[in-house]
Design a protein around this ligand. Structure first.
Ligand SMILES: NC(=O)c1ccc[n+]([C@@H]2O[C@H](COP(=O)([O-])OP(=O)(O)OC[C@H]3O[C@@H](n4cnc5c(N)ncnc54)[C@H](O)[C@@H]3O)[C@@H](O)[C@H]2O)c1
Length: 257
């Protein structure tokens, strides 16, 4: 059964083949969605252009750095021109300065804190606002990517844990404010996956090992598993679900001592 036939989804956050957003892209293609993708800058354009050659149909591509309001406006203007309306939006974006992802949390700088919040949490608000305008009358769905460090202390995750807590709260507030327009907003809390962003977190391979030892499924999750859960949340199967954080983490988050 194809869950996304006839639906248009815009995905923010494909950088390379390891990106979680790429797993989401693959799952959505499998389910028949038509896609639009951003790339953050010219440096990433080449790798994204090359990657999409693997897909059966070339997605619509345009630049969008979420810290640049003009680029966000231009991206959505282009999207509207191309598709008219959309059904789904995926926010798979995060950033923190490397020096903030390790060491003592009480040394966090204001600049580092603000930048992590701006890119990793706040950016969901303008993307959801623009996206929801193109979802009028379509029962749209928005999905973002979170991590367990939002609710429990994960060594090294530091400023990004606080940004993810903010992202999950933003998800709930957006769900409440966009719900009356029929737009759903949910977060996926993914288990650790070896991506370029994740490798910047000090002690990351120790986190992967801990999941293999202690998670109920005794293994780590894949990008494609996160992609399949995102497809579910974007599809009509999840039509009654909004404001939630769904775990795709081999069950690690239920384990106590
Ligand atoms: N990898 C993990 O272990 C893991 C676990 C849970 C949640 N997540 C979350 O998944 C999401 C995707 O991360 P990933 O692990 O696939 O890494 P990734 O490095 O492949 O993706 C991060 C993306 O953020 C984009 N980005 C950063 N700054 C941006 C900006 N200013 N404007 C536009 N785009 C910008 C990058 O271009 C990149 O595409 C992030 O929100 C991350 O926190 C990752």
């Amino acid at each position: 059964m194809r869950l996304m036939d006839g639906k248009v989804v815009v995905i923010f956050g494909v950088a390379n083949k390891r990106s979680i957003a790429w797993g989401i892209t693959q799952a959505l293609v499998e389910h028949g969605a038509r896609l639009a993708l951003n790339y953050q800058n010219e440096r990433m354009r080449e790798s994204v252009e090359k990657l999409v050659e693997e897909l059966p149909e070339r997605p619509w591509l345009a630049p969008c750095d979420v810290t640049d309001e003009g680029q966000v406006d231009a991206f959505f203007a282009g999207l509207e021109q191309e598709f008219g309306q959309i059904d789904g939006l995926v926010h798979s974006i995060a950033f923190a300065k490397r020096e903030e992802l390790g060491g003592s949390f009480h040394d966090t700088s204001w600049d580092g804190f603000a930048l992590a919040q701006q890119i990793s949490a706040w950016s969901l608000i303008p993307l959801a606002r623009h996206g929801a305008k193109l979802m009028e009358g379509r029962d749209g769905s928005i999905v973002c990517l979170s991590y367990y460090g939002a609710e429990k202390v994960v060594e090294g995750y530091n400023v990004m844990g606080v940004a993810k807590a903010s992202l999950e709260a933003t998800t709930r507030y957006l769900a409440a404010s966009l719900g009356p327009s029929g737009v759903r907003v949910n977060a996926l809390s993914a288990g650790p996956i070896k991506t370029v962003s994740a490798m910047g977190i000090s002690g990351f391979s120790g986190i992967l090992d801990a999941i293999e030892k202690r998670a109920p499924l005794r293994r780590n999750v894949t990008q494609l598993e996160v992609g399949k859960a995102a497809t579910f949340l974007l599809s009509d199967l999840a039509s009654g679900i909004t404001g939630q954080t769904l775990y795709v983490d081999s069950g690690y988050s239920i384990v106590g001592v």
